[in-house]
Design a protein. Sequence first.
Length: 67
Amino acid sequence: MSFTEPRALSIPDFTRWAAIGRSKAYMEIQAGRLKTRKIGSRTVIPIEDARAWFDAQPSGFATHGAK
């Protein structure tokens, strides 16, 4: 059996994938930084938009003031 990556993630699936909370996900959507699509009554995040959002996040390593 081979695993096929989903084309889109539901909001709960996205929050698990991105390791963020639901409120943060909706803040990113409202700010226009995370794109969604409506399929019927469901809101989904295309996987390519999820990856683009993730890649746009800053690194966790601080570089200013480090010696």
